[in-house]
Design a protein around this ligand. Structure first.
Ligand SMILES: Cc1cc2nc3c(=O)[nH]c(=O)nc-3n(C[C@H](O)[C@H](O)[C@H](O)COP(=O)(O)OP(=O)(O)OC[C@H]3O[C@@H](n4cnc5c(N)ncnc54)[C@H](O)[C@@H]3O)c2cc1C
Ligand code: SF4
Length: 354
């Protein structure tokens, strides 16, 4: 017996967009989120402004949440996860463990929207001292400070005068095994650099990069204004270590344009950590029996022209569960996955009745 409900696992921007799109085209969705709130990384990590224009993240994501929670065709299960899957494409049964214990959820198709996790900068990149020096932080730590309108050195609570970003931490790194580019960190670091310059106009802000990857419109929307309007200093170079020097940090490396060693003192160092598959993405992929790529993201089995199909019929994926993605990529793939899932169910229903 086939079922006309789509289960969406993960209630971040991807899962929210997928669930709402299913409802918009007349389908039924069950949205399963492990946390006790919806919104994914932008809410959990307290993002400040979002690219490219820096509008506050929370109200924008809350609008997505409201659309989903107000829709009668979407059932939301918070604090819940999937522990078992049985059945077949068109008629799956998921065991969903939530606050009321284990409950079966019948669905014809599944969308995996379990997202990403930040690269842990203590893992194999200890030379930057993330766990050693309180004034070495990561992109998401700075997002939380920016949203609280309080950018300070954690060591002394004072606003920093000199801040730098180190790009590609945990990405584009063969030794670590993450050869891929995390796609969003050049734009996010530049956006955060602009926000610091606006909040602390006397500060000096540097971005140390291998090469800046601002794809599409982010080049003129973020990169050029960061330099020309906000005077962020971009330095092409490799940072090899961060050391303590008095009550400041010494950032040491090579300026690759000038071909000479460099040492600069900083008050705050921000590591532009990359994206890795979330533990949920790895676990749900295994549970559903869908193929993962060598990095643990879900393999887009349909290739570039069908990017939301997985190796298992009736199971689709979207957003950062498929690999590094910004919000625009995420909601686009989520809408695509919703349409694919609903049309999969409708074509099966038509085959049965017709
Ligand atoms: C520091 C930083 C700043 C960023 N800023 C921007 C920006 O300004 N603009 C932009 O376009 N992009 C930005 N991004 C990228 C943006 O965060 C992602 O594009 C977006 O969060 C991806 O959405 P998602 O729904 O795919 O994944 P996520 O946001 O990771 O959401 C996944 C959801 O699934 C849930 N989940 C995971 N496992 C399970 C499970 N087993 N069962 C149930 N639920 C589960 C999680 O709890 C979470 O709610 C930023 C990224 C970083 C790292
Ligand atoms: S987006 Fe930029 S910082 Fe992030 S991995 Fe790619 S090149 Fe490095």
């Amino acid at each position: 017996m086939s079922c006309d409900t789509v289960a969406v696992i993960g209630g971040g921007p991807g899962g929210l967009r997928a669930a709402h799109a299913i409802a918009e085209v007349g389908g039924q969705a069950v949205l399963i989120e492990q946390r006790d709130f919806l919104g994914g990384a932008p809410i959990a990590e307290n993002y400040a402004g979002i690219t490219p224009h820096g509008e506050p993240a929370r109200p924008q994501i809350e609008r997505m949440v409201d659309l989903v929670t107000a829709h009668p065709a979407v059932q939301v299960r918070l604090g819940s996860g999937v522990t078992a899957v049985s059945g077949e494409p068109g008629a799956f049964t998921l065991t969903v463990r939530g606050p009321d214990g284990d409950q079966p959820v019948d669905c014809g198709a599944v969308i995996v929207a379990t997202g990403f996790t930040h690269f842990d900068p203590g893992r194999e990149t200890q030379m930057y001292g993330y766990y050693e020096f309180p004034d070495v932080i990561a992109l998401q730590d700075l997002e939380a400070m920016l949203s609280a309108h309080e950018v300070v050195r954690p060591s002394n609570g004072q606003p920093p005068q000199r801040v730098c970003f180190i790009q590609c931490v945990g990405s584009r790194d063969r030794l670590i095994g993450n050869e891929y580019c995390s796609k969003v960190c050049c734009g996010v670091a530049s956006k955060e650099a602009i926000e610091i310059r606006q909040m602390l106009p006397n500060s000096k802000v540097y971005i140390f990069y291998i090469d800046m990857r601002m794809y599409g419109y982010w080049e003129n929307e973020i990169y050029w204004p960061a330099q020309e309007k906000h005077h962020v200093q971009y330095v092409k170079g490799m940072i090899t270590e961060v050391l303590a020097k008095g009550d400041r940090l010494l950032v040491r490396g090579e300026d690759t344009t000038m071909g000479r060693p460099m040492e600069l003192e900083m008050d705050l160092v921000v590591l532009s950590v990359g994206m890795e598959p979330s533990p949920g993405t790895r676990a749900v992929a295994k549970l559903l029996g869908v193929k993962q790529n060598k990095f643990g993201f879900i393999d887009a089995a349909g290739g570039p022209l069908d990017p939301v199909a997985t190796s298992r019929e009736g199971v689709f994926a979207c957003g950062a569960a498929l690999g590094p993605a910004d919000l625009e990529d995420t909601v686009s793939s989520a809408a695509g996955a919703a349409i694919k899932a609903v049309s999969f169910l409708r074509s099966r229903a038509a085959a049965v009745t017709g």
